[in-house]
Design a binder for this molecule. Structure first.
Ligand code: CP
Ligand code: NVA
Length: 310
């Protein structure tokens, strides 16, 4: 019997396909059935900017009766205090730690010291909360996940492309990454996705190509993300040149299935990775996707605080 109580969420690879489906089901729990954790607190540390993640976690906490405390780099991991000491102090106050940071090894270190659950609110390598919200959004719009064709176009080596590989592996999707040669998934991440798909027999497949049109051909879901993630801002001008040809334009969307949906974790850089005509089209579900951050994170927090068994 698996329980969610006390568990961390650093990457989606920590979930089984069954657990993943359960989290998505819990995310659709009607408001009158949400549990309450009055008296609990969540410490949320943002070492990078955030709109959606910060606000959706704060609102999700309030909906569960959990008091949210938001901190920035001024408050935590400052003044040369060690990760160990920071975590050992925080866990005396809070029941949950949410962290957005740079190196994935930083959140691994935090989780290694923490006796309370740790939730990854984005690292350089993974964004599991966005992955849960995106799968929920796809399931709502397409009815199911297994066998769907998801095409990710753009920076194929960032936290979102990594997350789609793991999400697709667990959900049994056909994931195609269309990215310039220098921005394709790390072999280790691809291997991890393949290993997960084989371990659980989900039937997921993975393809990587430098040809955006080839990646998008026949896709049910077309997704992109910024070309220069947080921490790489100084490369923006260089990347705008390198990623020419990887914009999701109406012409590229026309290669996808006629019923394809368009997704983007946001913030979008209109006119770069996506054209206005696509993000503002009827195919775009980006604001449902943003809303689902709230539902997915509330579900995960309720499970790790409440301890429901599978
Ligand atoms: N998608 C996402 O994580 O948005 P924020 O960076 O605004 O939190
Ligand atoms: N890849 C982007 C995602 C933002 C939510 C970044 O890390 O900046």
């Amino acid at each position: 019997m698996q329980t969610f109580k006390g568990r961390d969420l650093l990457t989606l690879a920590e979930l089984t396909p069954g657990e993943l489906a359960h989290v998505l089901d819990v995310a659709e729990t009607p408001a009158e059935s949400w549990p309450r954790f009055d008296g609990a607190s969540a410490g949320m540390i943002f070492m990078k900017p955030s709109l959606r993640t910060r606000v959706s976690f704060e609102v999700g906490c309030v909906q569960l009766g959990v008091h949210p405390i938001v901190m920035g780099p001024f408050d935590a991991f400052s003044r040369e205090e060690t990760v160990h000491d920071t975590v050992k102090v925080l866990e005396r106050y809070v029941d949950l730690i949410v962290l957005r940071t740079f190196a994935h090894s930083h959140i691994e270190e935090v989780a290694g010291h923490a006796s309370v659950p740790v939730i990854n609110a984005l690292t350089d390598d993974y964004h599991p909360c966005q992955g849960l919200a995106d799968l929920l959004t796809i399931r709502q719009h397409k009815g199911a996940l297994k066998g769907l064709r998801l095409a990710y176009v753009g920076d194929g080596a960032n936290n979102m492309s990594n997350t789609y590989l793991l999400a697709g592996a667990l959900a049994g999707m056909q994931v195609a990454i269309g990215a310039p040669a220098a921005y394709q998934p790390a072999p280790a991440v691809l291997a991890q996705a393949q290993e997960l798909a084989a371990r659980y027999g989900t039937g997921a497949t993975f393809a990587v190509t430098a040809d955006a049109a080839e990646a998008v051909a026949g896709a049910d879901v077309v997704v992109t993300d910024t070309w220069a993630s947080m921490g790489h801002e100084e490369e923006h001008a260089k990347r705008v040149v390198e990623f020419a040809g990887y914009s999701v334009t109406p012409e590229l969307m026309a290669k996808a299935d006629a019923q394809a949906i368009f997704m983007h974790c946001l913030p979008a850089h209109r006119g770069e990775e996506v054209a206005n005509e696509v993000i503002d089209s009827a195919a775009s579900v980006v604001f449902d996707e943003a809303e689902n951050r709230l539902h997915a994170q509330r579900a995960w927090m309720s499970l790790v605080l409440g301890g429901e068994e599978l």
